[in-house]
Design a protein around this ligand. Structure first.
Ligand code: CDP
Ligand code: MG
Length: 153
């Protein structure tokens, strides 16, 4: 089992798409193991997007991501990091494949609705940035035995 960090960005909350997009992750078989609403501060934005802080477009990203409430969550499932990234689609909504979240709901490079960790190290770092260890809930849904065979992990 693997855990990944996702963030429903301010455009997603403002467009009232959180429920519909969360349902896609749930339908896929991913478990929500932590979730909360917050407003990102400039300091948290700089930590989250540390790899982009030096980029010319970072100030507009910071203005966007701090510009309204977000919903942060941790999803758990087999190969959850890869599965979520593939469900999100390419960064720019205009280029993202139809059937992906960004492909279906976004036409923007910046306002692409949902963030997902891009690797194991990022997932660990981002989960710790937004959640205390005790905010992560361990449970096994009883439906699991009807979601995949026992030898699939
Ligand atoms: O989110 P993802 O990993 O697909 O893309 P990224 O290249 O790591 O960029 C992080 C986020 O910055 C994107 O999801 C966009 O919201 C934003 N961005 C932007 O505002 N302007 C750009 N030129 C590129 C990305
Ligand atoms: Mg990225």
């Amino acid at each position: 089992m693997e855990r990944t960090f996702i963030l429903f960005k301010p455009d997603c909350v403002q467009r009232r798409l959180v429920g519909r997009i969360l349902a896609r992750f749930e339908d896929k078989g991913l478990n929500v193991v932590a979730m909360k609403m917050l407003t990102i501060t400039p300091e948290l934005s700089r930590q989250h997007y540390a790899e982009h802080v030096q980029k010319g477009w970072y100030p507009t990203l910071e203005a966007f991501i701090t510009g309204g409430p977000v919903v942060a969550a941790v999803l758990e499932g087999l190969e959850a990091i890869r599965v979520v990234r593939e469900m999100l689609g390419a960064t720019t909504g205009l280029n993202a494949a139809a059937g992906t979240i960004r492909g279906d709901y976004s036409s923007s490079r910046q306002m692409n609705l949902v963030h997902g960790s891009d690797g194991a190290e990022a997932a660990k770092r981002e989960i710790a940035l937004y959640f205390k260890p005790e905010e992560l809930v361990d449970y096994q849904p009883t439906i699991t035995k009807w979601m995949r065979a026992a030898d699939e992990g």
